[in-house]
Design a protein around this ligand. Sequence first.
Ligand code: WTA
Length: 649
Amino acid sequence: MAHKDKQEKAGTPHAGSGIWPAGRYMDMRRRSLQDPEGFWSEQARKLDWYKTWDQVLDWDPPYAKWFVGGRLNACYQCVDRHVRSWRKSKVALYWEGESGEERVLSYSTLFREVNQFASALKSMGIETGDRIALYLPMIPEVIVAMLACARIGAVHTVIFSGFSAYAVADRVQDTGAKLIITADGGYRRGKTIPLKKNIEEVIDQCSSVENIIVVKRTGEQVPMKEGRDHWLSDLMKNADMWVEPEAVEATHPLYILYTSGTTGKPKGIVHSTGGYMVFNHSGYQWVFNIQEQSIYWCTADIGWVTGHSQVVYAPLSHGAAVVIYEGAPDYPEVDRWWDIVEKYGVSILYTSPTAIRTFMRYGEKWPQKHDLSSLELLGSVGEPINPKAWHWYYTHIGGERCPIVDTWWQTETGGIMISPTPGIDPVPLKPGSVCFPLPGIDTAVVDNEGKEVEAGTRGELIIKRPWPGMLMNIYNDPDRYQATYWSQFPGYYDAGDFAMRDEDGYMWVMGRSDEVLKVAGHRLGTAEVEDAVVAHPAVAEAAVSSKAHEEKGESLVLFVILKKSEAPSDTLKEELVKRVREAIGPIATPEDVYFVNSLPKTRSGKIMRRVLKAVASGEEVGDVSTLENEASVDEVKKAYESLTQEAEA
Ligand code: WTA
């Protein structure tokens, strides 16, 4: 079984011995579960509040409200707090552009820019509670814009700059955003991404948008509509240097971030201000053991939850020095990242298994060109890390010195839930295991009936009580919120992941139990991809599945039934791949396309993706007794085989 392979020991000084959990961690854990409200209010006191809460938790399942009656401001926590101390001259952001430009922003510079940006937002008529869409590359302005929104109580929704114009339109429509903040373009592998032009393509479908703020990045000519489009530089010239932070309710939404689900359109995950900030502030210390002198680099793009929590809100709430990089990891050479680590003296590096596997393929000669001795701690997130990649990371990046925190969490959980916690106690590690839940997090592994399974048995991962970073809702869709997370195991949060607890109590997360796909750590829903394919006039029906991919973890495989009048062709294949790229973005590019005559379905008509996945991976198909049409399994298999032969020939 897969997890047996994963359980092989590291043979490193950090290897698991089964003597953990122990010590301080165990004390905190006990206390957090015995008196959660006492525990979390202690954590909350680490932040600055305009008004303290009347009630720690109002739990009306499935809705949790944390720190009810309390008032605070997330931007104040991340910026103002620090400029009132010696940290005003400390570096907040080290930014490096793809072509090598650098910008260094101290906390006082960040403070000034955030205030001016907030003033610009106000001049556009933005008020507390208004939604603002951000479609920006990894440049300091994206962080400034997020904090400026938070400062005035506006709700940001950041859209990954690698997403297509259609993805922007969807999200803008769903949130009813009044304003879009974008750039003339961004850089990726030496090419520019035309962000403003993309928006122009769909702006007619975004009727809620009154204004667009444009950041000048590439200097390319872009269409600017008089009265609607404004250069940020012009707005900043006339902006005030001080905007009073809005003392919002703890339950005021800080942001909406879209993520893929099993069915339908992406879901707008809504996060609170108070609970979210408290949870991230605490967890960041426990997991990363952040020190005043740490130089911290989380490589995630701002468009993902990791970019929100682990690039912006958690580290800045600690006054940390944060490195951000705009471009591709292997541009212009594959040692770009190691060059950055050396140059800025990065001490904490937090990245994804996909990135590690990519670098592993390029070989250790690239990191060996650089002095990586500043590194003290490594992190991993987004997908399971296989022991081989773990060892490579440990040896060739961490120099066998640095513990690896493998952190399990989700867009919905707001912050890290299960991870080693070197900030509490040194942790004996097991490569591939996410170790133990953070204090206050009550996890269990259960069978389909919700009964806890024995150690060593795979089951569904659930969370038995609310935590402060828990999503508040799905924007505009409470029914879906209820159905997605709370219907299978009433009263418990259903994470949608398979997991296992081993005999020593260590947790192993083993991939999604639902139909969410994970390509290079990015979440994709089957429906989003299929909708794009079915929209092609030649297509009658389509199903997307995945197969194992050495670097990306999973890659997309399309199974397509054409209309009777159509014949399969390579041109058609290319068109379908292009459609998906255009509808979602390059990250969703299908790796294989198979034309078939039928799809394996259950009697109730549900596509059996498990079968497709097995077929695409060349595995045994397993039990198909619930299939409507067993012949179609052979059909799909045959199509697969002939295509593979074709590819090999
Ligand atoms: C997966 C990313 C194994 C998991 C922060 C989860 C992981 C989904 C890990 C959430 C990990 C994340 N080990 N699997 N350390 N971290 N996952 O919302 O399937 O983009 O449900 O959040 O990623 O993805 P999301």
